[in-house]
Design a protein around this ligand. Structure first.
Ligand code: NAP
Length: 278
């Protein structure tokens, strides 16, 4: 039997098994997908133990997406640029290769919507923001990206890294300045954790204060399906995208990396309902 797992802390809430387990079953692949919770102080030791065991692949989630890179044998160039890995594939020689499927997962619903943004307001500068910002800069002819984050130093660092690879105008701002300057964006993306769990109902900035004409407002959170941030956007009749299609698509891409097979469409059809029931 092939063995896969998601590594994270905390990880009990992870819904990834709900995606991979039915897909393995549907395609009659003899594999199991489990969750491994690792205390951050135990990460190095646990990775060495996992390397001694017979694993075939991992998903990596909060807070290890960046830290895990040092333990890989190979890294996909796109993941290296982003500086975060959410998928590891392990070959028959026990070599670990890291990938990032969050960026493509994020882009998928945006491309399907026909969007072609030239300006983006990025809320947040954590692991997901890295995948989102590099994905956007790679995919579109972006002229401008403004990053707003609680910790300004992290936003500055991300903007500096983006500038190394792309020509757009990457800058850092504050909520107050965005409101004051009345700048208008084609796309506003919430990549912060504000809006879910104990932070339900919270948001960094109301989309109305920065949305241009035809602006798309995108929230990476999928539980709740409509965060307060998206609700405010809907009230302004702005187009919105929640995090559910991204969540499903990033997982489907991991599945494809591990198995070499397309994620079964018949399983995808039922996923939204299954995920939202949890
Ligand atoms: P992360 O690396 O821990 O980053 C968290 C971000 O949220 C940082 O920008 C952080 O700001 C900000 N933040 C957290 N608490 C805050 C607060 N109380 N006030 C203001 N800002 C706060 O996490 P991540 O991996 O980027 O994930 C971020 C969100 O994206 C989560 O909700 C996650 O579920 C979601 N996500 C969804 C998908 C999907 O497939 N749909 C994939 C990945 C992530 P500081 O830098 O100041 O700490």
């Amino acid at each position: 039997m092939k063995k896969y797992a998601v590594l994270g802390y905390p990880v009990t809430h992870s819904l990834s098994p709900l995606i991979h387990t039915p897909a393995f079953a549907y395609l009659k692949i003899n594999a199991e997908y489990t969750k491994i919770e690792i205390h951050p102080q135990e990460f190095r030791r646990t990775v060495s133990l996992l390397k001694e065991e017979n694993w075939h692949g991992f998903n990596v989630t909060i807070p290890f997406k960046q830290e895990v890179i040092q333990y890989l044998d190979f890294i996909d160039p796109a993941a290296e640029k982003i500086g975060a890995v959410n998928t590891i594939s392990i070959d028959e020689n026990n070599k670990w290769t890291g990938y990032n499927t969050d960026a493509q997962g994020f882009l998928r619903p945006l491309l399907e919507s026909g969007a072609d943004p030239e300006s983006c307001l990025l809320l947040g500068a954590g692991g997901a923001a890295r995948a989102v910002s590099f994905g956007l800069a790679e995919q579109f002819n972006l002229l401008k990206m403004t990053i707003v984050n609680r910790s300004a130093d992290k936003a500055e660092k991300l903007a500096a890294e983006l500038k190394k690879y792309y020509d757009a105008d990457f800058s850092v701002s504050t909520v107050e300045n965005i409101k004051l300057l009345n700048t208008r964006f084609d796309l506003i993306v919430n990549t912060t954790s504000l809006g879910m769990g104990r932070l339900k109902g919270k948001y960094l900035l109301s989309p109305a204060s920065a949305a241009g004409e035809n602006c798309i407002v995108y929230d990476l959170i999928y539980n709740p399906q409509t965060t307060k941030f998206l609700q405010l956007a809907e009230e302004q009749k702005l187009r919105t995208i929640n995090g559910l299609p991204m969540f499903i698509h990033q997982a489907a891409l991991s599945f494809q990396i591990w198995t070499g097979q397309e994620f079964p469409a018949a399983v995808t059809a039922d996923l939204s309902k299954t995920i939202l029931r949890h």
